[in-house]
Design a protein around this ligand. Structure first.
Ligand SMILES: Cc1cc2nc3c(=O)[nH]c(=O)nc-3n(C[C@H](O)[C@H](O)[C@H](O)COP(=O)(O)OP(=O)(O)OC[C@H]3O[C@@H](n4cnc5c(N)ncnc54)[C@H](O)[C@@H]3O)c2cc1C
Length: 556
């Protein structure tokens, strides 16, 4: 689709942006200096900015894009006015339980969330479906159709892990990470902590195979982890699945499109005198006497900040692209060069505008509850190994897809009589060893996805009004911080977690350069729409600037 292949920050009308009000909030042209400047205006950057603006600081966020929010993007289809596509994040987990959602009053500012009860439906070829509901009893009833033992295991883990989630994992994610030895000592001091250490030591694959017997259930549980998050073979992540089972919150969607969340954040920032500068190419971070003190833009404009510079970009952009290399020690340079991206994170997407919603055969209406996320093509555990092998070889993995018809849950995302729907599939960034292969291959691969999709929803093909495809290469070109299409902005392997995310010496949101901080998805707790990287960075920066912490972060 030429309108999406264009550089997305074009303002020539080729890509009509829904959030036009954002432009009004751009920085005025006065050259006043700031207390703080943030590189990027993704949701983590905006959350950091909102907290510090509420602390009384004058903070500017600078982004190359034409609109705020990064991965919170809803674009209007230029061929069909009023049709919105959420081209990046759509499933926002537990947003309404996030401390920043509450502290910043984002619901009152227009970010309203919907959490459909029939949250995930995995449709199997034999006519059965494995379902995750917001109600544990209903999920257990679905598991029971596959294995009574697994339904019991589900209940046991959901119950056992609940205090671990509430008392340890949630506060940990909402706090700057502890040094690994200190964390171990802290966990060893309680029964729940010791239980967490024991389960965490496993890989997700080991956990699932140890605790669940049914192949489809194993595959479905790993879908939440292996397909979308960490490499399922990675030890140290065995707790991820029981944590998901025990979490009271499932996938949510933002009413009016994902970008409403960014819109609400910018509203709060503007209400507290913050500013966002869009369409601005950054040239470099200015460092003097070992201390960050401003930004130079490609236009030649220099903007200074007396208190801090924070980067919402990835560590390679921050340390290798935007800092003069004489300011970066060889050790940090080496670590930044070695920063790794998730091999299996990149996505290919097919987005449709439809006359009617997909009507899936084999998925029965259940008391009027429509399936929210639909998973197709996932049947058994073995497919994960095939998928990882395909990524390693640069090939297209087996067609496992997942997606939603957003307009079934929020009719504001398309005019009456029209619907939107999308499907995602994991695909390698370097297709056949070279990302340039995507250009020639994407139409054919999109058609293949559509064939699988329409085999499951036979009304689909006749209902299509418009379609477009996005590839991992598009992800990287729209959001360059997602290098190699890694939507989690950095792997969780190689120790790139917790205290050492993105790498040792630049964890805890601080960097070896004075007054330079990190706040994006490449910091703890990592990518996805959690906002916690920005939330935690706000606490660190506020403390270092001697500001009163007006909010109430967890004490752990
Ligand atoms: C296809 C796709 C689907 C996804 N689905 C989900 C989902 O359903 N649920 C979920 O939780 N997450 C999802 N994600 C991941 C999620 O969007 C990201 O992990 C999240 O947006 C990271 O947030 P961030 O604030 O760190 O950075 P981003 O949201 O990436 O924002 C970074 C900002 O920095 C700007 N920037 C980048 N480079 C520069 C530069 N050189 N100069 C100036 N500005 C720059 C960008 O324009 C952007 O505004 C998805 C991502 C993709 C690509």
């Amino acid at each position: 689709m030429p309108w999406l292949q264009r550089k997305r920050c074009s303002t020539n009308g080729a890509l009509k942006l829904k959030q036009q009000p954002c432009k009004k909030w751009e920085r005025s042209m006065s050259r006043s200096d700031y207390d703080g400047i943030i590189l990027g205006a993704g949701h983590n950057a905006l959350i950091l900015q909102a907290y510090l603006c509420r602390s009384g600081l004058k903070v500017l966020a600078v982004d190359r894009a034409a609109l705020c929010g990064g991965g919170l993007m809803s674009i209007e289809n230029p061929r069909i006015p009023g049709v919105l596509h959420n081209i990046h994040s759509f499933y926002h987990r537990a947003i309404t339980a996030m401390p920043w959602y509450r502290d910043l009053g984002l619901e009152q500012l227009g970010a309203r969330y919907i959490e459909p009860e029939r949250n995930v439906v995995m449709r199997l070829a034999d006519g059965r479906s494995l379902e995750w509901w917001t109600d544990l009893d209903r999920t257990a009833a679905s598991f029971e159709q596959f294995s009574k033992r697994d339904a019991l295991a589900l209940r046991r883990w959901a119950e056992d892990f609940r205090p671990i989630v509430d008392e340890i994992l949630v506060p940990e994610a909402q706090s700057p990470p502890k040094e690994p030895e200190e964390r171990r000592r802290f966990l060893n001091s309680s029964a729940n902590g010791r239980r967490l250490l024991e389960v965490q030591a496993l890989s997700p694959l080991e956990f699932v195979c140890r605790e669940f017997e049914n192949d489809a259930i194993r595959a479905g549980l790993l879908f939440f982890n292996g397909l979308r998050e960490v490499d399922l073979r990675l030890r140290g992540f065995g707790h991820a699945i029981p944590a998901l089972l025990a979490s009271p919150h499932k996938a949510q969607m933002c009413a009016g499109g994902s970008e409403r969340l960014a819109d609400a954040l910018v509203r709060d920032i503007r209400n507290h005198s913050g500013e966002v500068l869009l369409n601005a190419e950054i040239k470099r971070i200015i460092v003097r006497s070992g201390q960050a003190e401003g930004l130079e833009l490609a236009s030649g404009e220099v903007i200074r900040a007396s208190g801090f510079i924070a980067s919402g970009l990835n560590p390679q952009q921050t340390f290798l692209q935007y800092l003069n290399q004489s300011e970066v020690s060889p050790d940090v340079r080496e670590k930044a060069v070695g920063f790794e991206y998730n091999l299996i994170a990149p996505l290919m997407a097919v987005h449709l505008t439809l006359r009617e919603p997909p009507n899936y055969s084999l998925i029965e209406p259940d008391g009027g509850q429509l399936p929210f996320m639909v998973i197709l093509g996932l049947e058994k555990l073995e497919q994960f190994h095939e998928m990882v092998a395909a990524h390693e070889q640069g090939n297209i993995p087996p067609a496992i897809m997942w997606g939603t018809c957003p307009t079934l849950f929020d009719s504001t995302q398309a005019p009456a009589g029209l619907h939107t729907a999308f499907m995602w599939q994991k695909t390698p960034y370097a297709l056949h060893g070279n990302p340039n292969s995507w250009e020639a291959a994407k139409a054919e691969l999109g058609k293949r996805m559509l064939d699988v999709w329409s085999a499951a929803a036979p009304n689909l093909v006749d209902a299509i009004v418009d379609e477009f495809i996005l590839t991992p290469v598009d992800t990287e070109s729209i959001l360059p911080n997602m290098t190699r299409g890694d939507l989690l902005v950095g792997s969780f392997a190689r120790g790139q977690i917790g205290y050492n995310r993105p790498f040792a010496g630049a964890g805890q949101y601080r960097t070896p350069i004075k007054k330079l901080y990190l706040c994006g998805g490449s910091t703890h707790p990592g990518g996805n729409i959690t906002g916690l990287c920005g939330y935690n960075a706000a606490r660190v920066i506020a403390a270092e600037l001697g500001l009163k912490i007006w909010w109430n972060p967890p004490q752990i």
